[in-house]
Design a protein around this ligand. Sequence first.
Ligand code: SF4
Length: 256
Amino acid sequence: MTTEKPASPSTIPAEIPADLGSGLASRLERVRATLRHHLTPSPEGVCLTCSFQAEDVLLARLALDLAPNLPILFLDTGYHFAETLAYRDQLARDWRMNLINLLPAQSVADQERQHGLLHQSAPDQCCKLRKVEPLFAALAGYKTWFTGLRREQARSRTALEESADFALPGGQTILKLAPLAHWSTRDIWYACEMLAIPLLPLYAQGYTSIGCQPCTTLPLDPNDPRSGRWAGRKVECGIHIEAAPNPSAPEPGRAA
Ligand code: SF4
């Protein structure tokens, strides 16, 4: 795997390097084979979560080629960038996505009236209410969960497996699949380029990991793509902790 970490798609040459081309094609075929195994002849019981960042969109494109009605789950926290929502809506229209926007129990206005700005005072609690709980409730309706997670994204994900059982709070276990787990950032950019997948315009502004607007800045460390998330206060929203156990990761209480 390459260790190169381009800061954004605009920092890479437009032409796919010769050393990458054939390797990328075979990696794409391997991902397609995994998707085919789980989505055909029927995608029943399968979903894919999509933050509309590049790896999720790439995986969604490959999956939709096999199962056009596959449920695509998006965590509609109410705090996203306007650019993310516009891009989501455009892609959902263009790709005729079966998009399911997962909403928290409370609106942003109600949460802020009751608790104030939790993303400032208690981001773990905010993520729990607006991301973790809505997603886990939705996942209970499925047996298999595809995600675009990758090891290279963060230190907390270096032990990520392509396939793992995932226990939901209610005790149900589902299969969590991350077929891009071993892909580099460079692989993702070039695969999107190869497949003519348009990217979230915020990448062109220098963002390298994009979540809710109040908790996302430009990367603080050019070698750490997630260093612009939560201003270094935490590294995970809490959804993926179980799938990426890592002794060097923050304590579970901190990494909600
Ligand atoms: S990322 Fe920030 S705004 Fe979004 S749910 Fe978590 S704490 Fe709240």
